[in-house]
Every structure is written in structure tokens, then in C-alpha cells.
Design a protein around this ligand. Structure first.
Ligand SMILES: *Cc1c(COP(=O)(O)O)cnc(C)c1O
Length: 428
């Protein structure tokens, strides 16, 4: 469910007309719906109400401060994967006791910042990382609360580049070796074992891989307890998919949070642990769209191209993961559908959003919206081809706010310097 719909012939975000917004803000831009964000986090929370889990919103899906503040208002914590995301979460006012730090490559500086902030948990992914965290904690007279991320060796379907739970992926500690890691961790004075963590991936469209992974992890929790470890927390990661539409959706819609909750109650309920979830995509995915204008309709030899003012630097998911995004005219024209290749202006063949997509007739100057672009969209934007970072707009009812403006060319260049060799420092 989301709050983007045609009204009087034009796409609206809640009560805001996207045509009007495009005239005010200029294109391309991302537009997020507050009501949709709030709805998704509430649906997730209500599905798990009786288990009272910590919901640590995965900041990497959409890290705009305004989005993080809505998450805080809804009682969510944050799952961060870098010092920068930690700084954002703290700036948004998220309680450090609700912050979980994930990722395979935490630096010692990042570890120290998170320890000083007093975060809830480090999800540790390797033995050398455990050693580093132990040293950093000891040097600050602290004990780091830790869960090991377990790699359950479960294939979750979806695109190869978003699979994280197979033995050949870089994530986590092999489940077969986990007992030895916990034994070692128990002997480290800077480490306090708290729980077990698993995250098998993103955009998973059925419950079966979750079931296999969680059963494995539940067995591990029992085995670790039998070894004398106090396992009080179980972090089950993010990963419920969202419906993007298109041919990949042929298997049907992703599971509903209620069914996911039922599975988890069955497997994890009897363990008596604090549950942690790190949802990202399912919270923000279809709470956002990318709005772009048609620059040219190019009638080619072999096919027709819709050349947009948004490019792969603004939304890289199609180029990076072969992802499907529905493309819809903001004001659909009457007439027979025509097939277009929908492309951007970036000088890369990969700058293509869709091949041979059937759309109503389009002309120069028309607006289109990429649906379900709220997750892994703006956060992955770059200035490639020296295109200014795409702005972000938040809508709430009939109001809108530009929550990240489009930088001017001057601002884009301001951080770069010409070397002044006469005064330059020499390395010692
Ligand atoms: C990316 C990520 C998530 C969020 O995944 P979604 O599919 O967006 O829900 C959660 N946990 C970890 C460790 C991640 O890397």
C-alpha cells in the first residue's frame, strides 16, 4: 500500500500534484510520502506486537535525515553500516540504545565512535574483526556488546548481487564454525556476548529461505546456550521483498509481514530472546518515486527511445542489479501503447532503465515517475558526468518540503582545489 495515485488525470503523492511539484522543484527529483513511510513501519510493528522486538531501520536503504526522523518518531532504532550512518542516526535523535552496527569492514575509528555513543550491539562478521573490536573496547575501558553474524549457507533467490547468506558470500561467520568463535569471544575481556545475528539478503520473495535459515539459527542458539553462553538476543536482519512489478514478479507478491511474523513466532518464540529486525526496503521502497522529464523521443532504426533527464547516476538499480522499476506517465495520454527503451543522458550504454517497455504515447516535456524508488535510490546517487546530486522532496498531506536541495554547479565544485605547488607541503 502506498499513497501515490492518479487524481484528476495526474499522479499525486498524497495530496500533492506531481506536475505542480515538478514545476516548483525542477526535474529529476525523488519524492517520498510521509503517510506511506509511517504506514509501513506501523504494519511491521503491529505484525510483531506481542514479541515487542527492536525494529532497527536499515539506514542504508534511505538515509535522508527527514526519513530517519520519521523512523525515530515511530519508535524505530537504526541499523547502521558505517560511521557516517551512525552520525546520521544520532543526528536524527535516534536513541543509541536502539542502534545496531552491521557490516564486514568496520574500522577501529568507527568502532570507537559507536562504543562512545553507547550503541546496543555490534554485529561482528569475522574473527579479525572480533580481535580489533576487543582491542578498541579494552583501550577505552569498555565492553562491546556483540552478536556474531551467522552465514547459514542458504540461497535466497533474487539477484546474485543482493544475495548475502550463501557460503561463498563475504558476509558472516560459517554456521558450522560459530561455536568455536563464541568460545573464543567468551575469553575476551573487551567483548560481551549478547546474541546471534543473521541477514540472508534483500528482496526475498518467499518465506522458505527464511524458514531454513531461522531453523538453523535457532538450533545454534540452543547449542550455544548448552555451551554456557548467555544468548539473550536474536537479530533476524532485514530482507522482506517489495512488489516492484514486472516479469520478476511472476512468482507473486512478497510475503506479508503477518505471515513472516507467524513463521518467526513459531521458530523464535520458544527461545525467549529479544528479537531485532533490520528492515529497510519494505519500509521505504514504495514510499518513494523518482520523477523525470522526457527530453527527447528518439525514433531509432531498431527501436524508439525515451530519453529522460534522469540517468543511472540518479537511480542505479536497473544498471547494477538488472532491477525492474515500473515507469508511469505522470499524466497518461489516451492512445495505443507503444514500446520504448527508456534511457538516461549519461554516456554509458548501461544507462538504460527499461527495454521495450509498453507506455501510452509520450511526447517531449512529459513527466514520468519511476515507482518503488524510495529504497537504494537516492542513497546510491552520484555526480557521474558531473550531474548534480538529485534532490529529495518529502510530502506530508498537502505540504511538501525539499529535504535535500539540488546543489548548484558552484556548490558541486566548491570542495575541489587547484594545487598551489609553491606552498605545498612535502611528505617527510
Ligand atoms: C541491507 C541490510 C539490511 C536491510 O535489507 P532490506 O532488504 O533493505 O530490508 C538489513 N541488515 C543488513 C545487515 C543489511 O546489510
Amino acid at each position: 500500500m502506498h499513497h501515490f495515485a492518479l487524481r484528476d488525470g495526474a499522479l499525486h503523492a498524497e495530496d500533492v500534484n506531481i506536475e505542480t511539484l515538478a514545476a516548483l522543484v525542477g526535474t529529476p527529483f525523488y519524492c517520498y510520502s510521509t503517510a506511506t513511510l509511517r504506514r509501513h513501519i506501523r504494519v511491521f510493528r503491529e505484525a510483531f506486537a506481542e514479541l515487542a522486538p527492536l525494529i532497527a531501520y536499515s539506514v542504508k536503504a534511505n538515509s535522508n535525515l527527514s526519513v530517519l526522523k520519521i523512523m525515530r518518531e515511530e519508535g524505530a532504532g537504526a541499523d547502521v553500516v558505517s560511521g557516517g550512518e551512525l552520525a546520521r542516526a544520532l543526528e536524527a535523535g535516534i536513541d543509541p540504545k536502539k542502534i545496531v552496527f552491521s557490516g564486514v569492514g568496520k574500522t577501529r575509528i568507527e568502532m570507537a565512535a559507536a562504543l562512545d555513543a553507547g550503541i546496543h550491539q555490534f554485529n561482528v562478521e569475522s574473527e579479525p574483526e572480533l580481535d580489533a573490536l576487543n582491542e578498541v573496547a579494552l583501550s577505552r575501558g569498555a565492553r562491546a556488546p556483540v552478536a556474531f553474524r551467522i552465514n547459514p549457507d542458504v540461497s535466497a533467490g533474487g539477484h546474485e548481487k543482493i544475495s548475502t547468506g550463501k557460503a561463498e558470500d563475504k558476509f558472516g561467520v560459517a554456521w558450522t564454525r560459530a561455536p568455536a568463535f563464541y568460545r573464543k569471544a567468551a575469553g575476551l575481556a573487551g567483548i560481551e556476548i549478547k546474541g546471534v545475528d543473521v541477514h540472508i539478503g534483500s528482496q526475498i520473495s518467499d518465506l522458505e529461505p527464511f524458514e531454513r535459515a531461522f531453523l538453523r539459527v535457532a538450533d545454534l542458539v540452543r547449542a550455544l546456550r548448552a555451551d554456557g553462553h548467555a544468548i539473550d538476543r536474536l537479530d533476524l536482519g532485514g530482507g522482506l521483498g517489495v512488489p516492484y512489478g514486472g516479469p520478476d514478479q511472476s512468482g507473486g507478491d512478497p510475503p506479508h509481514p503477518d505471515d513472516y511474523a507467524k513463521l518467526i513466532r513459531r521458530i523464535a518464540g520458544p527461545l525467549g530472546v529479544q528479537l531485532i529486525f533490520e528492515p529497510g526496503r519494505m519500509i521505504v521502497g514504495n514510499a518513494g518515486i523518482l520523477v523525470s522529464r522526457v527530453l527527447y523521443v528518439k525514433r531509432g532504426e531498431a527501436r524508439d527511445f525515451l530519453i529522460l533527464d534522469a540517468g543511472m547516476n540518479d537511480l542505479i538499480r536497473p544498471a547494477l542489479y538488472d532491477a525492474y522499476h515500473a515507469v508511469e506517465p505522470v499524466r497518461p495520454r489516451p492512445g495505443a501503447l507503444e514500446a520504448y527503451d527508456v534511457v538516461g543522458p549519461v554516456c554509458e550504454t548501461g544507462d538504460r532503465f527499461a527495454r521495450q517497455r509498453d507506455l501510452p504515447p509520450m511526447v517531449e516535456g512529459d513527466l514520468v515517475a519511476f515507482k518503488t524508488a524510495g529504497a537504494y535510490g537516492a542513497v546510491q546517487a552520484s555526480q557521474y558526468n558531473s550531474r548534480p546530486l538529485v534532490p529529495e522532496v518529502l510530502v506530508d498531506g498537502a505540504r511538501y518540503a525539499i529535504v535535500r536541495p539540488r546543489p548548484s554547479f558552484d556548490a558541486m565544485l566548491a570542495d575541489e582545489r587547484n594545487p598551489i605547488w609553491e606552498n605545498a607541503a612535502q611528505t617527510p
